[in-house]
Design a protein around this ligand. Structure first.
Ligand code: F6R
Length: 240
């Protein structure tokens, strides 16, 4: 992967937003892969200024993941987060932005439906990724196959603790998710992984330099011919 070390998260967000703006100016029907969590927020904050006046009516987006069994109208469902942070500020067409369907009804075919939708859109051009402290990308927790496609997974206790800040208590954090697989993510044409802060240093080192193993799901990015890793000094501190 190409490593870009930035002074802080705002600078990282600006660089990635520049890249996304370049992509959309060159291809007004670009397909974006959207991540949630805290890490991509500086990217989303930087996008509107770079895209003002640009026709975004044909842009498509696919979120990485969603909680299973959460009410879609819950403010922390990833459907709500993507609407609030990306779709509304940019004025994207909500019908062209998809999030995996985490409702219990029909969950057995939600993964296949999502894969089909990504395929019909022609695949993802640029996939934004964060990384969990346990090394997950999307919600592909340790033990995820490199060939995996969108499916239901169980969140680790570590991830539930990490995400408890978004909920009233840890008991409210869902136990299951539906996530693009590592195989799905690897099909995107450009991967852009962001990580900021010392808490991500070990996960970043495992992704960039670790052995290729399902125990370190982020290591899958080493298989991708066009991966960019945008990190601050603290997140880079465990690199050789
Ligand atoms: C979110 C996702 C996760 C997060 C990861 C880091 O869609 O797929 O892999 O990117 O849990 O979360 P933050 O950015 O909140 O530290």
């Amino acid at each position: 992967a190409e490593i870009v070390i930035v002074p802080d998260a705002a600078a990282g967000g600006a660089i990635v937003a520049d890249e996304i703006a370049r992509l959309i100016r060159g291809n007004p029907a670009a397909v974006l892969g959207l991540a949630t969590g805290s890490t991509p927020l500086p990217v989303y904050d930087a996008l509107p200024a770079r895209l003002s006046g640009v026709d975004l009516s044909r842009v498509r987006g696919f979120a990485l993941d969603e909680y299973v069994g959460i009410d879609p109208s819950h403010p922390e469902s990833y459907r709500s987060v993507i609407a609030r942070e990306v779709v509304q500020p940019l004025g994207l067409d909500p019908a062209r932005i998809r999030v995996p369907d985490g409702s219990l009804e029909g969950i057995e075919h939600a993964g296949d439906d999502y894969e089909r939708a990504i395929g019909e859109a022609g695949g993802v051009d640029l996939q934004i990724l964060g990384i969990g402290t346990d090394g997950h990308i999307g919600f592909n927790e340790p033990g995820s196959s490199f060939a995996s496609l969108t499916r239901v997974k169980t969140l680790t206790e570590q991830t539930r603790q990490d995400n408890a800040r978004f909920f009233d208590s840890i008991d409210d954090v869902p136990r299951h998710c539906i996530t693009q697989g590592l195989g799905t993510i690897l099909r995107a044409r450009h991967l852009v992984l962001l990580a900021f802060g010392a808490g991500k240093a070990a996960a970043v080192a495992s992704a960039v330099e670790g052995p290729l193993t399902a125990s370190l799901p982020g290591s899958a990015i080493q298989l991708h011919p066009h991966a960019t890793v945008v990190i601050d000094e603290a997140a880079a501190s465990d690199l050789a």
